[in-house]
Design a protein around this ligand. Structure first.
Ligand code: PLP
Length: 453
């Protein structure tokens, strides 16, 4: 049996000021009370808007025209979509409900990119009706797009998705041979298809790899133009890095990481890189300034008259939400504790890929700090009947033994944590999302048309 014998170094989350401020006011308890206790998520569209403006600003600062599409799958809330109606912004979708959700919140079809492999005929039809930009993934999909566009009497604006040379076994995109064929085919298809450019989406978070592949896509645009195509856009996908913790905290953690820090010895093999540099808008700047054969990418784009499209998901949600779980119980487990919260680890989706969401949870005690409080080490479990329903395997330090009535807050969860994997397991309702703006709050509504901004 593995017993937790060592205290892992802390990994306090980097937060935006609104989050600790809200936790320090009675508002958090009022919200908890109003939604029936919890669990619930708190989201902050103003922070999303700030992140979005920073990425748009990074393009403008390098004098590069472009559009920043929010990669919608990273969080399902409607509240973000309103922010994507500003100039040079849009939404990236991959299903009919995502497309309808964006349209229903005021995002116009021309500002919507549709990605994903082998899109359904229904999705293609709706996207063509609304003049969305389609990232075509394969030759047969191109034929379906062209056939539908002909039937509708419209021209489909398409990008061809390129399979990155660094990922030759990826299931996405055209291989180099198929891409050459598709360029020719687009010419044959006449008015039904306008080839607007090329796209890719890379794993990892490296600005250099993105800049270098973007430079290759500029060459592809030149080739396409030589064949008569109006190719003037390249889409470099998502994967803008996020730093959840500081460099010092992350390196101290990484260098000493040990099985003994984790309940049951469950030390994850791989995790998200919780500190990265450059991150956010600074990573976009690094990409644009990267030297590609003697010319920064930005200069190359300007010279070629090409627009740069981006599809960040996680990075736009950085600092824009946290998740709140009421403490339900706490028991001893060898030399540490196991705290059980109301709620499930599905609300912390990282726990469902043999990994761990590592930023430290924060204990908000019912009556504030009390005399006799002493620090404890605890793992955190969900309130289901699954042994592996665990929100934190790591024995984390809390300032006091958690008790029923306390709240446990997981910071910075808006990007891919809160709602990616949630289900109605045990017939429990999905945790509501509470939208906070200043000292006002409301529950996120799918179509927020009552309140015109
Ligand atoms: C998932 C995805 C994104 C968003 O990725 P992030 O890592 O959240 O920035 C963008 N584009 C495509 C094609 C995707 O599949």
């Amino acid at each position: 049996m593995v017993v937790t014998t060592a205290l892992s170094p802390p990994l306090p989350a980097i937060e935006r000021p609104w989050a600790p401020r809200l936790r320090g006011t009675p508002l958090l308890r009022e919200i908890a009370h109003a939604v029936g206790g919890g669990p619930f998520h708190v989201i902050h569209p103003a922070t999303f808007a700030e992140n979005l403006a920073a990425v748009v600003g990074a393009l403008a600062a390098e004098d590069v025209p472009g559009v920043v599409y929010y990669g919608k799958k990273a969080n399902k809330a409607a509240a973000w979509l309103r922010e994507c109606t500003r100039p040079a912004t849009g939404v990236d979708v991959a299903s009919v409900p995502e497309l309808v959700h964006a349209l229903g919140n005021g995002v116009r079809g021309e500002a919507i990119g549709v990605t994903g492999a082998a899109k359904s005929d229904g999705l293609l039809w709706l996207a063509l009706r609304h003049h969305c930009l389609l990232a075509v993934d394969a030759a047969d999909e191109l034929e379906r797009v062209a056939a539908q566009a002909r039937g509708l009497g419209v021209t489909a604006d398409v990008l061809l998705r390129v399979r990155p040379p660094s990922a030759p076994t990826s299931r996405f995109g055209f291989s180099p041979v198929d891409l050459t064929a598709a360029l020719g085919r687009c010419a044959d298809l006449g008015d039904s298809v306008a080839l607007r450019g090329f796209s890719f989406h890379l794993d990892g978070y490296d600005p250099v790899a993105r800049a270098e592949l973007a430079a290759q896509l500029i060459q592809l645009c030149h080739q396409a133009r030589a064949l008569g195509h109006p190719a003037s856009k390249i889409n470099v996908g998502g994967g803008i890095a996020v730093s959840y913790v500081t460099h010092e905290d992350w390196h101290r953690f990484q260098e000493n990481k040990d099985d003994s820090w984790f309940h049951s010895g469950r030390n994850p093999l791989r995790t998200y890189p919780y500190h990265q540099s450059p991150a956010g808008a600074a990573m976009v700047t690094a990409m644009l300034r990267h030297d590609t054969d003697g010319v920064p990418l930005a200069g190359r784009l300007r010279d070629a008259g090409i627009e740069l499209l981006l599809e960040p998901g996680r990075a736009l949600l950085d600092g824009a939400g946290f998740s709140v779980f009421p403490v339900q119980g706490c028991k001893d487990s060898g030399d540490h504790l196991v705290t059980t919260v109301a709620g499930l680890s599905m609300s912390l989706s990282e726990q469902w890929k043999a990994s761990e969401f590592l930023p430290d949870p924060i204990l908000v005690r019912a009556g504030g700090p009390q005399v006799g409080d002493a620090p404890v080490r605890t793992a955190v479990a969900g309130s289901s009947c699954l042994e592996y329903d665990v929100l934190t395997w790591r024995a984390v330090r809390l300032p006091a033994r958690p008790a029923a009535g306390d709240l446990l807050v997981y910071p910075n969860t808006a990007g891919y944590q809160m709602d990616k994997n949630e289900s109605g397991f045990h017939q429990l309702p999905l945790p509501p999302k509470v939208v906070v703006a200043g000292d006002r709050w409301h529950i996120d509504a799918d179509y927020a048309i009552q309140e015109i901004p």
